[in-house]
Design a protein around this ligand. Structure first.
Ligand SMILES: Cc1cc2nc3c(=O)[nH]c(=O)nc-3n(C[C@H](O)[C@H](O)[C@H](O)COP(=O)(O)O)c2cc1C
Length: 173
C-alpha cells in the first residue's frame, strides 16, 4: 500500500505535522501487519496521485484559507481524490483567539473521509512585517498549539481504517 501525505506550509509547522503523521501511520500499519510506504511531499510538487492507495492532504490556514499549493492539488486531482480514501487536515488556530474552525471551502469536501483541524504554531521572529501586523490585528498569541498526542491518535485511527481494507502480511514468530 502506498500512502501520500501532501502538505502546504509557509513556516514549516504544517510540514512537521505531516512528518509526525507519517511516522505514527507507518508504525500503526506495520503493527497491523500491513506492508506500506508512506511518503510526505509538498502539495505543490505533486503532479499525480494515481500511484497512491490513500491520501492525506493538509494545509496551514492563512486569512481563513488553505495555502495555494494544497488548494490547487485538490482542484487538479478532484476525480482521482474521489476514487480513493482521502483525509484532510488544517493547521491554524493559535491561542485563545483561535477557535478551531475548518476553512469553509474544505468543509464542503464531502468526498473526504474526514477533515481535522489542529492547532497551529508561529514564532513572531520568523514572520514578515505584514504577517506580524495581521497576527496583532487578529490578537493571536505566539506559541505552539499543536498536540503531538492528538496528531498521533489521528494517524492511528487512519491506520486502523486502512488496515481493515488491506490484506495483511503474516509476521514470523
Ligand atoms: C499572517 C497570518 C495569518 C493567519 N491567519 C490565520 C487564520 O485565518 N486562521 C487560522 O486558524 N490561523 C491563522 N494563522 C495561524 C497559522 O495558520 C499558524 O501559524 C500555522 O501553524 C502556520 O503554519 P505553517 O508554519 O505551516 O506556515 C495565521 C498566521 C499568520 C502568521
Amino acid at each position: 500500500m502506498r500512502v501520500l501525505i501532501a502538505t502546504s506550509s509557509r513556516h514549516g509547522s504544517t510540514r512537521e505535522i505531516g512528518q509526525w503523521l507519517s511516522s505514527s501511520l507507518t508504525d500503526a500499519l506495520q503493527n497491523s501487519g500491513v506492508s506500506a510506504t508512506v511518503e510526505v511531499r509538498d502539495a505543490a510538487d505533486v503532479d499525480s496521485i494515481a500511484e497512491y492507495d490513500a491520501v492525506i492532504i493538509g494545509s496551514a490556514v492563512y486569512m481563513g484559507r488553505w495555502l495555494r499549493g494544497a488548494r490547487s492539488l485538490v482542484a487538479r486531482q478532484q476525480p482521482e481524490l474521489e476514487a480513493r480514501p482521502v483525509w484532510l487536515f488544517s493547521s491554524g488556530p493559535i491561542g485563545a483567539a483561535g477557535k478551531p474552525s475548518a476553512p469553509s471551502a474544505m468543509d464542503k469536501a464531502s468526498w473526504a473521509v474526514e477533515h481535522r483541524v489542529f492547532g497551529g504554531k508561529f514564532d513572531l521572529s520568523t514572520l514578515s512585517w505584514f504577517e506580524r501586523l495581521v497576527v496583532r490585528l487578529i490578537r493571536a498569541d505566539e506559541g505552539d498549539d499543536r498536540s503531538r498526542e492528538e496528531i498521533d491518535g489521528w494517524a492511528r485511527s487512519i491506520g486502523a481504517t486502512l488496515a481493515e481494507s488491506e490484506p495483511t502480511v503474516p509476521t514470523l514468530p
